[in-house]
Design a protein around this ligand. Structure first.
Ligand code: R5P
Length: 321
């Protein structure tokens, strides 16, 4: 079997280190920096000829820079004769630009897919794409993992009852429904619109939240506006408490402050994206999903099925029995 090698750029080194700890391998040595003119400079510093290589790089803010790091690393690995290169992209940027919402707009999510394939990736592994159909933008295999069962499993453990799961927009209904199904709760749906980019306004809500603990489920927190607005509406409609579970902590702009000052009781996210110290807040709890990526890498490397990772309802221990 080919050697398993894992490399990372600068987007989320702690996550890559966590994956390596899980797998019991050493993180591959690579210099990923910048030239004085600002261009990205990469040198793979160990041999990869014939190896099964995984490059872990969420394309988080600054997305363009992290995407270029990923592309150039893949190019370097391809030219160094790696046998297979898997781009492990725990957070896939530009995913909200997956269709033309109006004339003369790009489909940036497709362009990103083209770039990743052109660079030389043979496979892609990602987590909770904003729009699952983005998988079809690639003509190479895509393993689309999900952290929703893990987040739902955690809620189960806190012994809360009387929960209603809330999708904060129509696009997130199937995600919220998956979460709801895991814990056997009801579902409410908020209709949201964006009067301008990055501004969320609640239009209407369907479902009964009166006297219930409202659990908002979303794929990402960007400005935090969607969650803050939803929390106001839910409490206004009679919810007793509001909390949120989201996979990707994009935390753009003043999102941490907005969340801190919001009616949300707690917000649980994963570490697909590195949350820098200035964005940390006691209200924002971060859950480690390095093991999920590690297990998916192990199974991909060994050529075994990863479907168990989608079936796993709760925790790592349960998954591995
Ligand atoms: C919908 O567009 C997404 O699923 C999220 O709800 C959205 O990205 C959150 O953005 P923000 O935090 O800026 O409202």
């Amino acid at each position: 079997m080919a050697d398993l090698k894992i490399f990372t750029g600068n987007a989320n080194r702690p996550l890559a280190e966590g994956v390596c700890r899980y797998l019991g391998v050493t993180l591959g040595t690579a210099m990923v920096g910048t030239f004085k003119n600002g261009e990205t400079r990469v040198k793979i510093e160990e041999h990869v000829r014939g190896a099964d290589v995984f490059v872990i790089q969420p394309t988080s803010n600054p997305s363009d820079h992290h995407i270029i790091e990923l592309l150039i690393m893949i190019d370097a690995l391809k030219r160094a004769s790696a046998a297979r290169i898997t781009a492990v992209i725990p957070y896939y940027a530009y995913a909200k630009q997956e269709k033309k919402a109006s004339g003369r707009e790009p489909i940036s999510a497709k362009l990103m897919a083209n770039l990743i394939v052109t660079a030389g990736a043979n496979r892609v592994m990602t987590i909770d794409l904003h729009a699952p159909a983005i998988q079809g933008f690639f003509d190479i295999p895509v393993d689309h993992l999900t952290a929703i069962p893990i987040l739902a499993g955690e809620l189960d453990e806190t012994d809360l009852n009387n929960i209603v799961v809330v999708s904060p927009d129509s696009g997130g209904v199937s995600r919220a429904d998956e979460f709801r199904h895991r814990i056997g709760a009801g579902l409410a749906i908020i209709a949201k619109h964006r009067p301008e980019p990055d501004v969320a306004e609640v239009l209407e809500m369907v479902g009964d939240v009166e006297g219930k603990v409202a659990v908002i489920v979303d794929d990402m927190i960007s400005t935090g506006g969607t969650l803050a607005e939803a929390a106001e509406v839910l409490l206004h409609r009679g919810a007793s408490r509001v909390m949120a579970y989201a996979v990707h902590p994009v935390l753009a702009d003043d999102a941490p402050a907005l969340i801190r000052n919001s009616k949300l009781e707690r917000v649980v996210v994963t570490n697909t994206i590195l949350v820098p110290p200035h964005c940390r807040d006691p209200k924002i709890e971060i859950r480690d999903i390095a093991w999920l990526i590690g297990e998916a890498i192990r199974r991909t490397h060994e050529g075994s099925s990863i479907s168990a990772l989608f079936q796993a309802t709760h925790l790592r221990q349960e998954l591995l029995v």
